[in-house]
Write a protein that binds this ligand. Structure first.
Ligand code: AP5
Ligand code: ZN
Length: 216
C-alpha cells in the first residue's frame, strides 16, 4: 500500500497515521515530524525549516522533495509507505509522480480528511504533542496526563510553536491557497477517497480501513 494522507492542519492526519501504520505495517513518513526532529537537533535543515514553520509558511518545495525522495529509497519503503503532510503543493505532487514512475511504483490511494475551519482552530490550539514519540493529545480529552507525561513513552508533552492562534490562521490560509488544489489533482487521477474528519477518531479510522479493503 502506497498511501497519502491529505487534509488541512488539524484534520487528524497524524492521529490516523498512527493507527494506519499499525494496521497496514508500512512506515509513517511525516514531513512535519522530520522537520521538527531536525529543529530539535539543531541541524542546518532544522535551522532553515524553523524559519518557515514558526510563521506558518511552507518549507520550499526543493528542500522537501529532496528529503522525501531520500526517505522513500530506504529499504523499509519497499513494502509500501504512508506519506503524511506530503505532497502539499502541486509542484510537490508532480515531483512525487515523476519519482514513483521512475521507480516503477504508483500511489494506491489518497486519503483526504475533511474538517470545518472553526473545528480545526479549536483542535490545533488545544493540541499537545509528545516531544519524544510525537503522540498527539488534546487538552479537552486528556487533560490530566497531557500536562505532564506521554501515556505511550513517558516523554514530555508540549504545545507546538506553530499551534498559537495567529500561526494557526496563517497555516489554514496557506492550506487553502497551496494545498487544497491537490484535492482536484488527485480526484482527476481517480485516487481520492474523502472522509468526514469530524466523526470520532475510531469511526474515521474504521471508514478509512473499509475503503482501503481490497486495494493493494
Ligand atoms: P505538519 O506537521 O505536517 O502539520 P499540519 O499539516 O499543519 O498538520 P498537523 O500536524 O497540524 O495536523 P494533523 O492533521 O496531523 O492533526 P492531528 O492528528 O495532530 O507540518 C508542520 C509545518 O511543517 C508546516 O506548516 C510547514 O511549515 C512544514 N511542512 C511540513 N510538510 C511540508 C511540506 N510537504 N511542504 C512544505 N512544508 C512542509 O490532530 C489535531 C488535533 O485534533 C489533536 O489534538 C487530535 O487529538 C485532535 N483530533 C484528531 N482527530 C480527531 C477527531 N476525529 N475528533 C476529535 N479530535 C480529533
Ligand atoms: Zn511519547
Amino acid at each position: 500500500m502506497n498511501l497519502i494522507l491529505l487534509g488541512p492542519p488539524g484534520a487528524g492526519k497524524g492521529t490516523q497515521a498512527e493507527l494506519l501504520v499499525k494496521r497496514f505495517a508500512v512506515p509513517h513518513i511525516s514531513t512535519g515530524d522530520i522537520f521538527r526532529a531536525a529543529v530539535k537537533e539543531g541541524t542546518p535543515l532544522g535551522v532553515e525549516a524553523k524559519r518557515y514553520m514558526d510563521s506558518g509558511q511552507l518549507v520550499p518545495d526543493e528542500v522537501v522533495v529532496g528529503i522525501v525522495k531520500e526517505r522513500l529509497l530506504k529499504s523499509d519503503c519497499e513494502k509500501g509507505f504512508l506519506l503524511d503532510g506530503f505532497p502539499r503543493t502541486v509542484p510537490q505532487a508532480n515531483a512525487l509522480d515523476g519519482f514513483l514512475t521512475e521507480n516503477g511504483r504508483q500511489i494506491t490511494a489518497v486519503i483526504n480528511i475533511d474538517v470545518d475551519f472553526e473545528v480545526l482552530l479549536k483542535r490545533l490550539t488545544g493540541r499537545r504533542v509528545c516531544r519524544n514519540c510525537a503522540a498527539v493529545y488534546h487538552i479537552e480529552t486528556k487533560r490530566s496526563k497531557v500536562e505532564t507525561v506521554c501515556d505511550k513513552c513517558g516523554g514530555e508533552v508540549y504545545q507546538r510553536a506553530d499551534d498559537t492562534p495567529e500561526t494557526v490562521s496563517k497555516r489554514l490560509q496557506v492550506y487553502q491557497e497551496q494545498t487544497e488544489p491537490l484535492i482536484r489533482y488527485y480526484e482527476a487521477k481517480n485516487l481520492l477517497l474523502t472522509f468526514d474528519g469530524q466523526k470520532s477518531i475510531p469511526d474515521v479510522f474504521e471508514e478509512i480501513c473499509r475503503a482501503l479493503e481490497g486495494k493493494k
